[in-house]
Design a protein around this ligand. Structure first.
Ligand SMILES: Cc1cc2nc3c(=O)[nH]c(=O)nc-3n(C[C@H](O)[C@H](O)[C@H](O)COP(=O)(O)OP(=O)(O)OC[C@H]3O[C@@H](n4cnc5c(N)ncnc54)[C@H](O)[C@@H]3O)c2cc1C
Length: 377
């Protein structure tokens, strides 16, 4: 009998996993992917749209173009997951699986941060980033706060990138001298595994007169008083808030009882949950490594390798490496890279590569290669 694979979510992890399974198994595979959104959007494209560097239409990659042998992508919303029976309910019906992979990503929890509203004053959701594109031109003087409301959050360098890109945006419009930019982040440094990267980012903030407040998170936003409160009680003036909401696994996953402190408990090297035949990959899995697309892909590759090995009656020996490279926008059209490795040594490391023209091209290739691999164009 053909094994039925059910993959929930078609983000970085779900797209890569279903692509790898399709490549290995072809038409004989029975792979169902459940995804509620109409289109995939790369995380970094949110910053591009927000700062007017790309149009919303150009960064949406419609799922109708995701066509792979042996794979059916259903546009449905997952409403309940029974990990024991490996049965999933959606707004349309019920799906049973032999192998269930949960790849629903992280969701945003605004309930604990008064004054932050999804789709309005945060740039981590697609609607939020697209909305802020229209808000930014109205900000011509005063205080802008880029504020993170909790850790862990996706793509640790992204708030730093946002601060540097906001600087460029205001400079180009001749408004920079009338505006103050503050970055608030609960992490002790911009990119904790890489002191060199953090040092370079802190130097870039200093050169641009961007105030940087580490080790603090935003506790609330009061638009009427135009202030942001930090978790130590301090208040910052704020005419423009660009927020990163607190993250956690989606409610439908938390309801399964698979999570601890908001994230799915897995074996960090194999992504297996405590339920036989059930895996969790990508941002919602508590691997101990960062939450980023390239890491989500890594979890998917590990699970794919082991599933394919098992189908071929071989030993499933793949182990998630917890390593990956992240590109970092340094402003002024310069792009750097940090190669992060969480599991090889006694502590996480991150090798910094200075901004260069080569890295700009490499970042473009990072996006275009995945676009071609998953969406065929
Ligand atoms: C501003 C910003 C910049 C970033 N920059 C980078 C970068 O430069 N490099 C990098 O590697 N990463 C970057 N990231 C992080 C990256 O986008 C995520 O880490 C990555 O998308 C995680 O992949 P995933 O598959 O786990 O989850 P996701 O990509 O979030 O996919 C989850 C999918 O599940 C679907 N889903 C959720 N709930 C349901 C449901 N109930 N029913 C059906 N479908 C559902 C969602 O619609 C979504 O498509 C950035 C993120 C942001 C916000």
């Amino acid at each position: 009998m053909v094994a039925r694979f059910l993959i929930l979510g078609a983000g970085f992890a779900g797209l890569e996993l279903s692509t790898l399974l399709s490549e290995a198994l072809g038409d004989s595979a029975a792979i169902t992917v459940i995804e509620e959104a109409e289109a995939f959007v790369f995380g970094y494209s949110k910053l591009d749209v927000m700062f007017g560097r790309a149009t919303a239409a150009s960064v949406k990659l419609p799922y109708r173009a995701f066509v792979k042998p042996g794979v059916v992508l259903r546009r449905e919303t997952v409403t309940a997951i029974d990990p024991v029976a490996r049965r999933v309910m959606t707004n349309v019906g019920t799906h049973d699986a032999d192998v269930l992979v949960i790849a629903l990503g992280a969701t945003y929890d605004v309930s604990t941060t008064p004054g932050i509203t999804l789709g309005q004053n945060e740039f981590y959701s697609v609607p939020g980033a697209f909305h802020l594109r229209d808000v930014l031109p109205t900000f011509i003087r005063g205080h802008a706060v880029i504020g993170v409301c909790g850790a862990p959050y996706k793509c640790p360098p992204a708030p730093s990138e946002c601060a540097l890109l906001l600087h460029d945006y205001l400079l180009t419009r001749g408004m920079r001298s009338d505006c103050h930019i503050t970055l608030v982040n609960p992490l002790p440094s911009p990119v904790p595994p890489s002191p060199e990267t953090s040092k370079a980012l802190i130097a870039a903030f200093a050169e641009r007169n961007i105030e940087y407040i580490p080790n603090r998170r935003v506790a609330s936003v009061d638009a009427s008083r135009k202030v942001v409160a930090l978790d130590d009680g301090r208040e910052l003036p704020c005419e423009l808030f660009l927020g990163v909401p607190k993250h956690r696994a989606p409610d439908v996953v938390i309801a399964t009882g698979m999570t601890e402190n908001g994230w799915v408990t897995i074996d960090p090297r194999t992504l297996e949950t405590k339920f036989p035949g059930v895996y969790a990959v990508g941002d919602l899995a508590n691997t101990g490594a960062p939450k980023a697309g390239v890491f989500a892909e890594g979890t998917a590759r590990t699970v794919a390798a082991n599933l394919i090995a098992m189908l071929r009656q071989q030993e499933p020996i793949a182990k998630y490496p917890g390593a990956g490279s992240c590109y970092i926008e340094f402003g002024a059209n310069r792009i750097a890279r940090v190669d992060v490795d969480f599991f090889s040594g006694p502590k996480p490391t991150g090798m910094f590569h200075e901004p260069s023209e080569e890295l700009r091209v490499a970042k473009e290739q990072f996006g275009s290669s995945r676009r071609a691999r998953w969406f065929g164009h």
